[in-house]
Design a protein around this ligand. Structure first.
Ligand SMILES: Nc1ncnc2c1ncn2[C@@H]1O[C@H](COP(=O)(O)OP(=O)(O)O)[C@@H](O)[C@H]1O
Ligand SMILES: [Mg+2]
Length: 216
């Protein structure tokens, strides 16, 4: 039996570092499938691009072993289809699934449809799921509560910072108010403060004692 997968959220304002954090987590993944709405992963990390439903089905069918695939949807309405494909593919062999800009694609508040199946049953098959959202309010509270790791990047507003602090029982002063600083909140309640650095185009995380700036 495969061990349970991880559910990881990366939350924060635009340009705060959400995607770069995910890239640090999936760099070594051998079976990776990304809902790549911005088309960032292929360019920066050499993933194979699949565009359109037929191309995705063909790519996944061929990918019985290692494969790193970025799906460029033609419409956000394809998200349900993508999640169904991701679930089936990750059932065949362990895989890592990234869903960028989740809230734009699904009514995640209800955690329904194929996305709901992916986060409930997928984890049992050992699928690691990385979900990226701009605001914690856009995710289902119980799904958020069950996350293995919540990576909190700079929220857009103080109100967003207050919401995430409230829902996770954090101090407002734990929340970074500067890009590329992030707080990882583990399911064990452990808190780890980190900052993103780059070696060329490759991001990596370093632990920090304090953030340069916090909400107050
Ligand atoms: N190679 C790099 N070197 C330095 N900073 C970088 C590099 N690549 C991206 N960044 C920084 O990362 C930030 C964007 O991070 P990203 O994860 O794409 O944000 P988000 O997904 O939250 O919109 C920007 O502030 C940008 O300056
Ligand atoms: Mg991003």
């Amino acid at each position: 039996m495969r061990p349970d997968g991880k559910l990881v959220f990366s939350i924060g304002a635009s340009r705060s570092g959400k995607t770069q954090f995910v890239m640090t987590q999936v760099r070594a993944s051998r079976r990776l499938l990304v809902w790549d709405v911005e088309g960032e992963y292929a360019a920066k990390h050499g993933l194979t691009v699949a565009e359109g439903k037929a191309a995705l089905l063909a790519a996944l069918k061929a990918a019985t072993g290692p494969a790193r695939i970025a799906y460029h949807p033609k419409s956000l309405k394809e998200f349900d289809f993508f999640c169904r494909c991701a679930f089936n593919w990750s059932r065949q062999a362990q895989a890592d699934i990234v869903c960028e800009e989740l809230a734009a694609s699904t009514n995640a508040v209800k955690a329904g449809g194929a996305w709901g199946v992916l986060v409930t049953r997928g984890l049992k098959y050992g699928t690691n799921i990385y979900a990226v959202v701009q605001r914690a309010q856009e995710t289902d509270k119980s799904v958020l509560g069950n996350a293995s790791v919540i990576n909190i990047c700079r929220p857009n507003t103080r109100r967003d910072a207050e919401y995430i602090a409230g829902v996770l029982g954090l101090e407002l002063s734990d929340i970074p108010d500067v890009d590329l600083c992030m707080l990882q909140r583990h399911k064990t309640r452990e808190l780890v403060k980190t900052a993103l650095r780059f070696r060329g185009n490759v991001p990596y995380l370093v632990k920090v004692a304090e953030f340069d700036k916090v909400f107050s």
